[in-house]
Design a protein around this ligand. Structure first.
Ligand SMILES: *Cc1c(COP(=O)(O)O)cnc(C)c1O
Length: 480
């Protein structure tokens, strides 16, 4: 493909993408295919002779689209949203064109500097405490990770390294292996599975803390478990608190957990993967109170802030803790500029070496929506969730299973788990809308997450009418 053809095909592709997104609700949200469907549709081997672009594009509708779950359809209510917007798509195109690998300042100064500044912009939108901002000579600062899972792991590894160093400084005789074998990390029993996984990868014990009636971890329970563990000779060093849990969007009480962590020297990491975006609205910012006690904080603009995957923003109060844990400096990566607020070598802040120019997406989205536009997006989704909640509440067959705070509604039929499993099965087999379940206090619950950027009230009503029809049929049949 030469430049002339690229110009032509690029414009065609933009049209295809615009048509796809504009008409997405006409496509069935959940695909009909069986495992292995795709292998039968394409050759066993890559072509030896080059093919034409026409041959390729024909296969997008034939091979790819039949197997797509349309995450941006207004009938998609599963998991949590994944961000998408036109400014973000355009920025990703530019990112692909520049195609730099921004592991150090010298490897592409704009890539590093824009990231530092965008992380400060976003930190200010959230009104994060000053210590988390980089400024020009701050000790803290932000970094874009690929996912919340990586942020949780990076924080855990940094905390592990800090704890080992501190103990060795007090007791140089002790072996590192012995210290690590005594370390214990904590998270809510409602925490995301990636948190438990971080413990496995980091090679440390991870204990789950039971939650209260609102599915939140409170200070009292944490304190009780800490005392038991310390008495048993363990060394508590890290907690991952969740703001907006995946099952029900519950909030751990960080104003209670924070002071305990600070006085015990325990690293508090906050995972707000989904809910974090809402904190740009003053009315939701109180949910973040207590962040001042945290060592690190993370959320995913690629979930709810209109930035396409991947973009998971993480701030630390003390960058030396992270860099101290991971720094490697072979000669081929060295350059003349010392690390400071202005010169950040992000390779020391993450697991891989390579990194894309992801801050371009933030820059495009923040400038073209403005804080006001982003706030409107969040508020609209919360309004839609409340609308769905009131439809559920108005129907005596159903109940709400957890407080609706943001854009997630957990609900179920009054009745057995078996009944609710049957309802979900009918909903997803009909393929008109798509939902996933969760488990809360042993009960099978349906999760309705407001996802699409283009969602309107009519989609909420259509979804509810559909659900209540399927439920009526199910209840009638179960009586027969
Ligand atoms: C979605 C989610 C995650 C996982 O996010 P990734 O960026 O895919 O790793 C982690 N924690 C919570 C609370 C989530 O909702």
């Amino acid at each position: 493909m030469d430049t002339a053809e690229f110009r032509k095909r690029g414009k065609e592709m933009v049209d295809y993408v615009a048509d796809y997104l504009e008409n997405i609700e006409e496509r069935q949200v959940y695909p009909e295919v069986e495992p292995g469907y795709l292998r039968n549709l394409i050759p066993e081997e890559a072509p030896y002779e080059p093919e034409t672009y026409e041959e390729l594009t024909k296969d997008i509708e034939r091979v790819i689209m039949p197997g797509i779950t349309h995450w941006h359809s207004p009938y998609f209510f599963a998991y949590f949203p994944t961000g998408s917007s036109f400014p973000s798509l355009l920025a990703d195109m530019l990112c692909g064109a520049i195609g730099c690998i921004g592991f150090s300042w010298a490897a592409s100064p704009a890539c590093t500097e824009l990231e530092t500044v965008m992380m400060d912009w976003l930190g200010k939108m959230l009104r994060l405490p000053e210590e988390f901002l980089a400024g020009t000579e701050g000790k803290g600062g932000g970094v874009i990770q690929g996912t919340a899972s990586e942020a949780t792991l990076v924080a855990l590894l940094a905390a592990r390294s800090r704890a080992v160093k501190q103990i060795l400084a007090e007791d140089p005789e002790r072996s590192e292996a012995d210290i690590i074998s005594k370390l214990v990390a904590y998270a809510s029993e409602q925490a995301h599975s990636s948190v438990e996984r971080a413990g496995l990868i980091g090679g440390v014990r991870m204990k789950k803390i039971p939650t209260d009636s609102k599915f939140s971890v409170c200070g009292e329970m944490f304190r009780k478990i800490l005392e038991e563990d310390k008495a048993a000779g363990l060394i508590p060093f890290y907690i991952c608190a969740t703001l907006g849990t995946t099952p029900s969007c519950a909030f751990d009480r960080i104003t209670e957990l924070g002071p305990i962590c600070n006085s015990e020297g325990i690293w508090m990491h906050i995972d707000a993967a989904y809910a974090g975006s809402a904190f740009i609205c003053p009315e939701f910012r109180p949910l973040l109170d207590g962040v001042e006690f945290a060592d690190s904080f993370n959320f995913n603009p690629h979930k709810w802030l209109l930035v396409n995957f991947d973009c998971s923003t993480m701030w630390v109060k003390n960058r030396a803790d992270v860099i101290g844990a991971f720094k490697m400096d072979p000669l081929y990566l060295k350059h003349d500029h010392q690390e400071s607020g202005l010169v950040t070598d992000y390779r020391h802040w993450q697991i891989p070496l390579g990194r894309r120019f992801r801050s371009l997406k933030m820059w495009f989205v923040f400038r073209l929506y403005g804080l006001r536009g982003l706030q409107e997006h969040i508020r609209k989704h919360v309004r839609m969730a409340k609308e769905f909640e009131s439809l559920v509440r108005a129907d005596d067959h159903f109940q709400i299973a957890a407080e609706v705070v943001l854009g997630l509604v957990c609900f179920r039929l009054k009745g057995s788990n078996v009944l609710n499993e049957a309802l979900l099965k009918r909903i997803n087999s009909a393929r008109k809308i798509h939902l996933v379940p969760c488990q809360l206090s042993g009960r099978f619950v349906l999760r309705f997450a407001v996802c699409a950027r283009t969602i309107e009230s009519r989609h909420i009503h259509e979804a509810w009418t559909h659900i209540s029809q399927l439920a009526t049929e199910l209840l009638r049949e179960s009586l027969e």
